[in-house]
Ligand binder design. Structure first.
Ligand SMILES: Nc1nc2c(c(=O)[nH]1)N[C@H]1C(S)=C(S)[C@@H](COP(=O)(O)O)O[C@H]1N2
Ligand SMILES: [Mo]
Length: 355
């Protein structure tokens, strides 16, 4: 956790709603590659589930050769894999869409990162087998509630296409930052789907079912869909991989600075390829310079970057950051507006005043 040496002051999550709990990370205070539990954003559709973890069994069924239930001990005894991966809510930065959209008005902190340890789902599916007809794998969480669009109780569940489910880095995770998963982040087991927005990373997994058709649950067929039009569903597309993005952590928007040297610092990440370059502009986009990468870019993880800024002239400055990735993608000037406000990834912009 970050604390001030002078005052002992700490940073806290930024509260959106309390039940279900939705709170964002104060992203300006994250200077490490992993976010501690205290500062990890929390995104929930329902109240926290109740279940007795000492009776926890994970069942895998549907279109498999042998349906099976696994105990936690069995899962932990399987060959494990550890990876560093970003979790970014598809609604991160929703509050910046113009025209504004409905939904949690997330600023820049619906994102965190850490080190996840677990078993490849692929490894577990080796024990059950998967039938030829398999098309998707459905993950159901223990949490449920009543959605605003139906009177029935609905569980949080989502599917992955079979190829993504069988990707060796799609994990059934049980540890975060070297400790058991915190309850609020899915204890005892959560899915980790690197490269996809975090709605795919189902927490508190109860059961896994292999199916031969498209799963149509509301967290997939209604929510987490890009609707490009305000008044019709024309052109809709599912939300999947994270778009290339960057965030300026310091200075903060509308900060007043003195003349001299300042460090502009931030993070950049992508769901496709790896980040290769970050450019910074201190003149509203007229000229750009390369930022220094604080570490070498890795797949699935954010990269931290810095730019040393020397400013002698008083006035107002618009500072921008723009990331580029290995497959040729770069951050757009404007994000693609969509009715539910997913995937905001415009070039990050702040304003500061030097006086
Ligand atoms: N069971 C369950 N899993 C879930 C959710 C949920 O509400 N219930 N929210 C999803 C969404 S939209 C996000 S962004 C991430 C948030 O994970 P976190 O709360 O651990 O940060 O979990 C995903 N997995
Ligand atoms: Mo999310």
């Amino acid at each position: 956790m970050q604390s001030s040496q002078k005052t002992g002051a700490k940073s806290y999550l930024i509260t959106k709603t309390l039940d279900p709990e939705n709170q964002e990370t104060p992203i300006q205070f994250i200077h490490k590659d992993f976010v501690t539990e205290k500062l990890f954003y929390r995104r929930n559709h329902f109240s926290y589930p109740n279940f007795v973890s000492s009776f926890y069994w994970l069942s895998i069924g549907g279109l498999v050769n042998f349906s099976r239930t696994f105990s936690l001990e069995e899962i932990q005894a399987l060959p494990s894999k550890t990876l560093k991966s970003v979790l970014e809510c598809a609604g991160n930065k929703r509050g910046f869409f113009k025209p504004m959209v409905f939904g949690e008005q997330w600023q820049k902190g619906a994102i965190s990162q850490g080190i996840w340890k677990g078993v490849s789902l692929r490894t577990m599916l080796r024990y059950t087998g998967v039938l030829e007809a398999a098309k998707e794998v459905v993950f159901e969480g223990y949490d449920f509630g009543v959605r605003t669009d139906s009177n029935d109780l609905t569980y949080f569940s989502r599917s992955l296409p079979i190829e993504k489910a069988l990707h060796p880095d799609t994990l059934i995770a049980y540890e975060y930052n070297g400790k058991p998963l915190p309850f609020k982040h899915g204890f005892p087991l959560r899915l980790i789907v690197p490269e996809w927005y975090a709605m795919a990373s189902v927490k508190w997994i109860k059961k896994i079912t292999v199916i031969d058709h498209e799963f149509k649950g509301p967290f997939q067929a209604v929510d987490y869909v890009y609707y490009p039009k305000k008044d019709s569903d024309e052109g809709k597309l599912p939300v999947t991989t994270m778009k290339i993005n960057s965030t300026i952590q310091q200075p903060i928007d509308r900060q007043i600075l003195n003349t001299g040297f300042h460090t502009i610092a931030g993070i950049a990440w992508t769901g496709r390829g790896v980040i290769t370059k970050i450019e910074v502009s201190v003149d509203g986009g007229m000229t750009w310079s390369f930022a220094n990468l604080v570490q070498s870019p890795e797949k699935y993880a954010w990269v931290r970057w810095e730019y040393k800024w020397e400013v002698f002239e008083k006035g107002e400055y618009t500072i921008l950051s723009r990331a580029m990735e290995s497959e040729g993608g770069k951050q757009p000037k404007e994000a693609v507006w969509n009715r539910k406000g997913y995937g905001y990834n415009a070039i990050d912009t702040i304003k500061v005043k030097v006086e």
